[in-house]
Design a protein around this ligand. Structure first.
Ligand code: HEC
Length: 171
């Protein structure tokens, strides 16, 4: 009996992960629940890893900080590579709305979807850039390299911004 249940559970898990690999990837939850909060953690550690003159200073960071950084960068990298490799990017499930959408100058989920559908390869390239910078942050954490952390945490901002100005609020 328990063998049957286990086998069923295993089959279900297999079909769920197959679905995740083949189905669309949802962008809004990836941004809101993973990328944005993990970036906040990374910037927090990054800001504390510089001295009063703005120079990278590893003595300001504890083993716990480096560990936190590594976990945040790993989570961000997983989300980013999921977006980079997705067969299809959807802003969200049908009916998804962006915050303040329809307000002056704020594009709707439908419009953002149009920007992405117009240039999926470009979107994927930006998601790949986020994957790469996450890797640099993972390696900064592994080697406790404050200079690498400072550089990458500054660059991260530009990686976010480059994609946003193209696909979220162009013009
Ligand atoms: C590959 C492109 C891409 C990259 C890279 C990217 N974003 Fe986004 N992001 C978007 C798009 C497109 C939207 C607008 C649609 C949406 O909200 O999902 C968005 C929306 C958001 C939102 C609004 C979510 C909400 O609650 O409405 C936040 C916050 C955000 N991004 C943070 C970030 C941060 C921080 C980074 C960098 C660490 C980043 N993004 C990197 C494409 C990207």
């Amino acid at each position: 009996m328990s063998k049957v249940i286990l086998a069923t559970a295993a089959a279900l898990l297999t079909s769920l992960s197959a679905y995740a690999a083949d189905g669309p990837s949802y962008l809004l939850p990836a941004m809101k629940d993973i990328v944005a909060p993990q970036a906040a953690v990374i910037w927090d550690v990054g800001n504390r890893g510089i001295d009063d003159d703005g120079k990278p200073d590893a003595s300001k960071l504890t083993a716990q900080d480096w560990d936190t950084l590594g976990k945040a960068a790993t989570a961000m990298q997983q989300a980013a590579s999921g977006l980079a490799e997705a067969r299809q990017i959807l802003v969200g499930p049908p009916g998804t709305k962006l915050e303040n959408e329809g307000a002056p100058g704020v594009f709707t989920a439908h419009q953002v979807q149009g920007f992405i559908d117009h240039d999926p390869a470009g979107f994927s390239k930006h998601a790949r850039a986020l994957t790469d910078i996450s890797q640099t942050l993972i390696s900064a954490a592994a080697t406790k390299d404050a200079k690498k952390l400072a550089d990458a945490s500054g660059e991260l901002d530009q990686v976010c911004e480059a994609c946003h100005t193209k696909f979220w609020y162009p013009q």
